[in-house]
Design a protein around this ligand. Structure first.
Ligand SMILES: [Zn+2]
Length: 406
């Protein structure tokens, strides 16, 4: 029997333009493709990858959607009366987010960021469950449901843990010799790219470390399996921030009232509005005109990108900033960033990268194709065994005691 292992390594923000200028990165792996992303942030792209479906097919786009009747944040309304110097501190907001997640039993990534409490109480939250577990996606099955249904023995890293822990657990899964499909997710590169930008030496250093770690992982895997397939991919890239714009005061000082005239969520690269009156819509569209800062997303754009909802739960008017323009401050934070994503999917910096040590049958043109690629990997690894010849459980060995083949 041929023992096979497939490894999928999901490196958040490892875009095509990030690796294009670093040809040394995983240069042994010759299958390299530039792949189109999905419009939105990681809250849209990650579920699209895990399900193979566009946002309006799987129910996940932005984290906050307009739903005053079901908002879990109504108990926080009273906090709106407290001075913002107290309730808007990052640590207080993080503690509140943790307490809410615990109280409601949310297992997904949960943050209320800097959204004002009078706005927050009109919204519900998309990612209530851990999307890296079976049943984690609202309106679709994911790769983890697929693996579970077919009893494919898989390993998945814990997104709450740091890289070192997750590389350790991946090595252990490999050394067990039982894993057929291993999935590792890391958001460390995304954080470094936001802080320092894609041209920075900090990115060289981290990608250099990943280069070495992947080589070690492949050597280790080849010592425990007859055949190993490896794929590294990302959800999007990272655009260098060239200009900050402070647009919130223009709306807030217009005299219109939140909840009566309009409601808004100010993301880092898009201002999402729910217009409650035609007058408010006209006024806001006049304040934010198509031009140097950004432009209004049309219904045709939303339909093409798979982000159109008839009930406008994610906004009935979205002003998208031009690539490199960052809304600062925004509801996401007050700190200027060196890099940002969540711009037009047509921009070069939005593209994802795919790197494999084999030639997949799936020709990926969109990041949603990574779902089919992972299924192909998992089926390939599982096809070498039948249920009757699964070996008995091999005790986990400490990977540090395993000598690597030279
Ligand atoms: Zn990011």
């Amino acid at each position: 029997m041929t023992k096979r292992l497939s490894i999928s390594m999901f490196v958040d923000a490892c875009g095509w333009e990030v690796i294009r200028s670093r040809p040394w990165f995983l240069n042994d792996l010759t299958y390299r493709r530039r792949v189109k992303s999905v419009f939105g942030y990681s809250s849209a792209c990650v579920p699209a990858i895990l399900t193979g479906k566009l946002p309006n097919e799987n129910g996940h786009w932005s984290t906050f959607f307009y739903s005053p009747a079901t908002s879990p944040f109504r108990p926080l309304r009273a906090l709106g009366a407290l001075p913002s110097s107290i309730v808007d501190r990052g640590r207080i907001r993080s503690a509140l987010s943790k307490a809410l997640a615990k109280a409601y039993g949310y297992t997904g990534y949960f943050q209320i960021y800097n959204i004002p409490f009078d706005t927050l109480q009109r919204f519900d939250y998309t990612e209530k469950r851990d999307i890296f577990q079976p049943g984690g996606i609202s309106d679709s099955e994911s790769i983890f449901d697929y693996l579970t249904e077919r009893s494919i023995r898989y390993h998945v890293s814990d997104w709450r843990c740091p890289d070192d822990h997750n590389f350790d657990s991946l090595r252990r899964a490999i050394c067990s010799g039982r894993t057929q499909f291993a999935f590792m997710y890391t958001a460390h590169l995304d954080a470094v790219l936001h802080d320092f930008g894609k041209e920075s030496p900090q990115v060289d250093k981290l990608l250099g470390a990943y280069h070495t770690k992947v080589q070690d992982i492949l050597r280790l895997a080849e010592g425990h399996y007859d055949e190993v397939r490896f794929a590294l991919f990302s959800d999007h890239g990272m655009c260098t921030v060239t200009r900050l714009v402070n647009l919130m005061p223009r709306i807030e000082q217009s005299g219109m009232k939140v909840g009566i005239d309009y409601t808004a969520i100010f993301d880092s690269t898009m201002l999402r509005f729910w217009f409650h009156t035609p007058r408010a819509e006209h006024q806001i569209r006049t304040i934010l005109s198509d031009g140097n800062d950004g432009s209004w997303v049309t219904e045709a754009d939303h339909r093409r990108e798979g982000t159109y909802w008839g009930d406008s739960r994610f906004g009935n008017g979205i002003y998208l900033l031009n690539p490199g323009v960052l809304l600062c401050p925004s509801h996401m934070g007050t700190k200027p960033l060196a890099g940002m994503h969540g711009y037009s999917t047509e921009h070069a910096d939005s593209y994802s990268s795919l790197i494999c040590n084999y030639t997949p049958d799936v020709e990926a043109s969109s990041i949603t194709d990574y779902y089919r690629l992972m299924r192909e990997q998992a089926d390939w690894a599982a096809s070498s065994e039948t249920e009757t010849n699964i070996p008995t459980v091999v005790p986990l060995r400490d990977y540090r005691k395993v000598s690597l083949p030279r």
